[in-house]
Design a protein around this ligand. Structure first.
Ligand code: ZN
Length: 162
């Protein structure tokens, strides 16, 4: 069925994500809907699981605990790095997000503390350890094209152009 969300469909949704205290952390309100290829890890797994089988026009609300969202926080992902490992001309501020170059590609981290010679960095995802609520409305669903499935992303409006 092409008109419900399933693996290898392309879904367009409007969504609002909130923390349990009601603070909005992300929303498509007033913007184009979010378009994604289902079943190719473009979205967190819990989000896709909750939206499976949803039809155009359907609204769903759900809560994802960290294990179904961005994972639990890992204290081992907090590291202390000598300040001289950063370029001398690089402005360092608490809260700054940067990326370390690794063999697996860029690995994002956040600076959480700075002293004279030590910079404390946190490789946890900024949403790790957080429970997330979503309110989602399905705008459009279509079958993915074979090239989209092969590439693992959406082509055309809302997607990848090449
Ligand atoms: Zn492509």
């Amino acid at each position: 069925m092409a008109n419900v969300i399933d693996k290898d469909t392309v879904a367009a949704v409007h969504y609002t994500g909130t923390f349990p205290d009601g603070e909005v952390f992300d929303s498509s309100e007033g913007k184009d809907p979010l378009v994604f290829l289902v079943g190719h890890r473009q979205m967190i797994l819990g989000f896709e699981e909750e939206m499976m089988g949803a039809a155009v026009g359907e609204k769903r609300e759900f809560t994802l605990t960290p294990d179904r969202a961005y994972g639990e926080r890992d204290d081992g992902a907090i590291q202390q790095v000598p300040r001289d490992q950063f370029p001398a001309d690089m402005p360092l501020e608490i809260g700054t997000m940067m990326a370390a170059q690794t063999e697996q590609g860029p690995l994002p981290f956040t600076i959480t503390d700075i002293s004279d010679d030590i910079v404390t960095v946190d490789f946890n995802h900024q949403m790790a350890g957080k429970t997330l609520r979503f309110s989602v409305e399905v705008v459009e669903v279509r079958e993915a094209a074979p090239e989209e499935i092969a590439h693992g992303h959406v082509h055309g409006p809302g997607g990848h152009h090449h």
